[in-house]
Write a protein that binds this ligand. Structure first.
Ligand code: FE2
Length: 452
């Protein structure tokens, strides 16, 4: 089989679309959005070989093939099976294989065994995608306004769900490739930071205020971003940029991983059990730090934001630095003043960009555009806020109520998006969340302080 033809599948869909005459501008807009996101998933797979699609390196990581099929299952289950009269699944067993965690949608295959599934093949998974896309085309093109009113919120949720899986696809293939002593290259990347000086971080002060936290209801948001509510913030300061690899190295060299005084008890246990000595993907060769990136194995660039650190490491680093992590509410207050721009997946670097390069590029910008460099994109920023419901939050009844609400336990909130997040997916109110020991996402550190 040729490099699994994401392109071929895309071509088929594109050819079908050429014959498609939607009845209204609304349908055209929805389908254009739908196909743009579906096509981007396929484009991320360009260059992958069939063998790459099936590996599950740890239970957290899902094979690329599973992401392709699971995102498709979402549209099939929550739209076609519900709104398309007489719809019959071509392969009913996919409902079991590609359900992730929706108990109300039926039984599911075990998450940690996804890498043992050689069938359906990659090609069959791509056919499944093309087939469901075609059914969605047909359903929407024949839908009246009333039906569209019902379908649109779920279609848009499915689109954002797929964007979340695009990020996971990238971080998962990074973990898969990192296991391989040949260190495969996902995408070539130029490094352009040589010779640019890193400017020391400084802290910006924010006054005490009562602020409205959460999404205001304009445009799409996940249910966990609401209800919008008032929160008292005490005065705080926030670092002007993320912590760099060079700064993190100083923590390592000061025996940060060997000194329990910086660590939460659970973090200290984890460090010792897992024998962590550095961020995930770092390796020490001949007294120099190297790290695995999606463009191969490279020397650690001291001017890049540190990434692939757990909450425990972020918290320990902050303690060592005489600072703390921000709360998610402080972060949201600070982000109000910042444009949502930065190094997102659209830039196709699949890696955080050097703070020195960003600083040099922003030097001529008006001050209000650069109060907090790289607050969006590059690396998700750990906050010290537990992922819990906002006051008044209730999950919606049914399977889609399982999307966020049932995970509000034992996880911490991250903000701002990463170099693997889509620009069109992130918001100032967006709450990502992971358990405190997880390191395989592009997770980093921005420091906060109480008044000195
Ligand atoms: Fe999912």
């Amino acid at each position: 089989m040729s490099p699994v033809s994401a392109e071929a599948a895309t071509d088929t869909v594109a050819a079908k679309r050429a014959y498609f005459h939607p009845g209204s501008g609304r349908v055209e807009r929805l389908l254009a959005h739908f196909h743009q996101i579906r096509d981007f998933t396929n484009s991320l797979c360009a260059g992958l070989e069939p063998e790459d699609y099936v590996v599950q390196s740890i239970p957290d990581v899902s094979p690329t093939k599973w992401h392709l099929a699971h995102t498709t299952w979402f549209f099939e289950t929550f739209i076609l099976k519900k709104f398309s009269p007489g719809y019959r699944a071509e392969i009913p067993e996919y409902a079991y294989l590609f359900n992730s965690y929706y108990n109300a949608a039926g039984d599911m295959h075990r998450r940690d065994l996804r890498g043992l599934i050689s069938r359906p093949t990659v090609r069959e998974a791509q056919r499944y995608r093309a087939s469901i896309d075609s059914h969605i085309d047909n359903l929407l093109s024949g839908a009246d306004e009333k039906l569209l009113d019902e379908i649109e919120p779920i279609l848009v949720l499915g689109i954002h769900h797929e964007q979340q899986h695009q990020e996971l696809l990238i971080t998962d293939i990074k973990h898969v490739f990192a296991q391989n002593p040949l260190y495969p290259v996902f995408r070539e990347r130029k490094t352009d930071g040589a010779g640019v000086k890193t400017i020391p971080m400084h802290f910006l002060d924010f006054e005490e205020t009562v602020i409205a936290i959460g999404h205001d209801g304009r445009g799409f948001a996940y249910d966990n971003e609401g209800p919008r509510h008032r929160t008292l913030l005490r005065p705080f300061s926030l670092a002007s940029r993320p912590v760099t690899n060079g700064e993190y190295m100083a923590f390592i060299e000061d025996d940060g991983y060997l000194r329990p005084e910086f660590w939460l008890s659970l973090g200290w246990m984890t460090v010792n059990e897992q024998r962590w000595q550095a961020p995930l993907y770092w390796a020490n060769h001949e007294r120099a730090w190297w790290n695995f990136t999606l463009s191969g194995f490279r020397p650690v660039d001291e001017s890049e934001p540190v990434t692939h650190v757990s909450y425990f490491e972020a918290d320990a680093y902050a303690n060592w630095a005489g600072a703390r992590l921000p709360t998610e509410f402080e972060w949201e207050r600070a982000a109000l003043d910042c444009p949502i721009e930065g190094n997102f997946v659209e830039s196709e670097s699949f890696h955080p960009v050097s703070v020195a390069v960003v600083s040099a590029a922003l030097a001529d910008k008006p001050l209000q555009n650069r109060r907090l460099d790289q607050i969006f994109g590059d690396v998700w920023e750990w906050t010290r806020s537990a992922y819990s419901p906002y006051p008044g939050y209730r999950a919606v009844p049914g399977a889609l109520g399982e999307y966020n609400g049932k995970f509000m336990c034992n996880q911490y909130v991250l903000r701002g998006g990463s170099c693997a997040t889509s620009r069109s997916h992130i918001r100032r109110t967006y709450r990502n969340f992971f358990q405190p020991e997880k390191r395989w996402q592009f997770t980093g550190i921005r420091l906060a302080r109480d008044p000195q």
